[in-house]
Design a protein around this ligand. Structure first.
Ligand code: 3PG
Length: 392
């Protein structure tokens, strides 16, 4: 796609873990997009960035001022934050942009249309696409980490304006396609984090296509599988699972277990009780589960030791609290010490790396979490499909 002296809409994924004060905990996704933005500016384009952050109702659903400040630092160029997405203020700002200028629109999920998953043809008719597309000469999608969502800012624009993949998207697809060949086995998946429904869908895919040799679980997905096995995790934890709607997923988890899915669950947990931390065996949990236990971390590490490809996605515990980072740190350490290839996905798990990686030749740090795993489990990513329909 010819891109110089144009006005470009660049879909990035700046969605980052947010701490309890509403501040960005890890900015690796922001850093990853800097080269794409820089290249577009160096080619004399003006660049409008559009991204989501969190989901409405969640604690990490915040505005993007801090994202603009951090991006300005990484780029050493001013990224102006515009407190609007598609209203007259944003459109006027975009119209008046000069060559080389960069603006970041506010959180696109403030627009209710962005929460709907539908085919590109439908999203091409949304207000978001109709209001913004006439202002641009081109659309670049660099948001690999959200490529598994079929939302307007990801799939609607390519049908209306000439579109292309950005550098992050390009790098991820080519690296993952190379690494993820059937000969490279055993493959061990270490899955945790909070997005239980997405993770369950991924485990279903991995099981059906027989891709994973072992699936080591932590976080809420481990609690789901333990409950599906008939283990009682105690009143407090059951209440959490119920409140989050996770108990309704038990039949799907049970079906997976009965069909021979290579899912492993923790033998113990680190729990919090009356403000103190304790280790609890899985059959005698007494307190709120916050991490996998020490025995589990050792067993998981021994499985990871012999793996040819280890994929780590989602932490094993509540890593925002220093007391519950050990489980995630142990599995990460085991993966990095092993001679096989390591793929780390999702903002939270990347923050466990804490920058201490000596040999990066056997490590791919993906910007993707759910998108990464869906891609690795052979699913088509709607945002990529939409790019292939690009208007020329
Ligand atoms: C992610 O972090 O996986 C992406 O930014 C997508 O976020 P979502 O799961 O809220 O759609």
């Amino acid at each position: 796609m010819e891109l110089s002296g144009r006005k470009v809409l660049l879909r990035v994924d700046l969605n980052s873990p947010i701490d309890k004060d509403g501040r960005i905990l890890d900015s690796s996704r922001l850093k990853a997009h800097a080269p794409t933005i820089k290249e577009l500016v160096e080619r004399r384009n003006s660049v409008v960035l559009i991204s989501h952050q969190g989901r409405p109702g969640d604690r990490d659903f915040v505005e993007l001022q801090e994202h603009a400040q951090i991006l300005s630092k990484y780029l050493d160029m001013n990224v102006e934050f515009v407190d609007d997405v598609m209203g007259p203020y944003a459109r006027e700002k975009i119209k008046n942009m000069k060559e080389g200028e960069i603006i970041l629109l506010n959180n696109v999920r403030m627009v209710s249309e962005e929460l709907i998953e539908a085919p590109p043809q439908q999203h091409a008719k949304t207000f978001l696409v109709r209001k913004l597309s006439p202002l641009f000469d081109g659309y670049v999608n660099d948001a690999f980490a959200t490529a598994h969502r079929s939302q307007p800012s990801l799939v609607g624009f390519p049908l209306v304006i000439p579109s292309a993949a950005g550098r992050v998207m390009e790098k991820e697809i080519s690296a993952l396609s190379k690494i993820f060949t059937p000969e490279e086995s055993p493959k061990v998946f270490v899955l945790g984090g909070g997005k239980v429904l997405d993770t369950l869908r991924i485990i279903e895919n991995l099981t059906k296509k027989r891709i994973a040799d072992r699936i080591l679980t932590g976080g809420l997905i481990a609690e789901l599988f333990a409950t599906a096995k008939g283990i009682s995790l105690g009143k407090e934890n059951m209440e959490v699972l119920e409140k989050l709607g996770i108990l309704s997923l038990i039949p799907r988890a049970r079906k997976l277990l009965m069909s021979g899915s290579p899912v492993e669950i923790p033998v113990d947990f680190k729990v919090e009780r009356e403000g103190k931390t304790e280790e609890s065996p899985v059959h005698k949990v007494n307190g709120v589960i916050k991490d996998i236990g020490t025995n589990t971390a050792d067993i998981y590490s021994s499985f990871i030791k012999d793996s040819k490809v280890t994929v780590l996605r989602g932490p094993m515990g509540i890593i925002e609290d220093e007391r519950f980072r050990d489980g995630s740190k142990s599995v990460m350490k085991a993966a990095l010490e092993n001679s096989g290839y390591v793929i780390v996905g999702g903002g939270h798990m990347v923050s466990v790396l804490e920058g201490k990686v000596e040999d990066t030749s056997k490590l791919h740090i993906s910007t993707g979490g759910g998108a990464l795993l869906l891609f690795l489990s052979g699913e088509r990513l709607p945002a990529l499909e939409a790019l292939s329909l690009s208007k020329v």
